[in-house]
Design a protein around this ligand. Sequence first.
Ligand code: DLL
Length: 438
Amino acid sequence: MQQGNFFQPEIETAPRARIREIQLEKLRKQVAWAYDRVPWYRERFGELGITPADIRALEDVRKLPFTDKKVLRDTYPYGLAAVPLDDIVRLHASSGTTGKPIVIGYTRHDLDVWSDCVARLVAMTGITRADRVQMAFGYGMFTGGFGLHYGCEKLGCMMVPAGSGNTERHLMMIEDYKTTVLISTPSYALHMCEVGEALGFDWKASSLRVGLFGGEPCTPGMKREIEARMHILCTDNYGLTEVNGPGVGGECLAARTQQHIAEDHFLWEIVDPESGEPLPEGAEGELVLTLLDKEAFPMLRYRTHDLTRVTTEPCACGRTHARMDKVRVRTDDMLIVRGTNIFPSQVEDVLQSIEGVAPHYRIVLDNEAGLDRITIMVELKPDAFSDSFEHLDHFRHHVVDRLRQKLLITPVVKLVEPGRIERSVGKSKRVEDNRVKS
Ligand code: DLL
């Protein structure tokens, strides 16, 4: 097994029965902690007629109330705090699409647990203290920057806290500081590829060897593209602000399409997104997470809105912690266009299978005379771009046909020249909904 120096075999390769034992012990404590200290939880428990004493087996987690973004908004900013504010040493926040952000606090203990989780997933990718890590996430309310920073530092890596943006400066830092790991969203990594190529940066000769990407889906197409252009190993880690941030799951070197969940810190469930009812292992559904070791903002049964499958089958790397499929779809990403349900990931799947199409696109929705219209701006790769109108129009028809087969409605497709779709330094924005709601 490939190991970093933060590999914890006693936890990460523990027999499943032992993992469940650890989880139950922690769950009982966590539930009592939330009940005793947070009025919101006590009231919900009261309504459901339960107390912490009802949690006797892991499956009893299903008796507990769900939490979601709405609860955090309703109790904004400190309503779910389980400790005096004096004990909270950090806040992070996530801005949703509307209204106030959601805010999460951390005690000193919470920060320690969080950086342990991150150090573990970083080590899983083969990164060690000998690596020099360049951070391209912003250091701000977003959890990506500080979360991965402290995890890598715990592992003993040299951190280069460059922050987001200023791509040319990033390229200079790779060259001058001989950094070996890049942390960013996969879409920013693609942007860096382009800027580097335009400036004649020699990716093949560069010191960079691993990308630690996350914060948004990294499709197989993006991964192939980044690996081929940057000449690095592209890895993908998952997390969300409400349950600390990055650190929930990460890729080992054996299961490259899945992520191990840190099960000693997170209890996972997969539920039917409509009914909230539990689904059997292996079925696709919404991931629900319960933090098992959180002091400041305990989070029980948090509805992530992320669709995935989880398996506890043994992994070739030897780790026994469950693996989740990479998240491609959020239940709340669904667009309804003229009564048809469309997920951006469907558009992406079609586009990435067409030769000559770059991994950059934008879905624009508007309505004309009361009818929804969906326009898909598709960027072409330089070698597919042409001056010939006929050639482009033929290509456009082909893209429309392929999209129609998948989406079951006919989108307007606009082919745009290389570099035309706006690049982002953080999470990429794929959808622009300009519809006037009546
Ligand atoms: O994006 C935390 C994070 C930062 C994870 C950096 C990894 C690296 P939020 O801004 O709260 O937190 O967004 C969380 O982003 O529910 C997923 O829908 C999506 N997401 C995060 N990581 C991945 C990933 C951070 N690796 C939301 N693959 C989550 C797919 C991801 N989706």
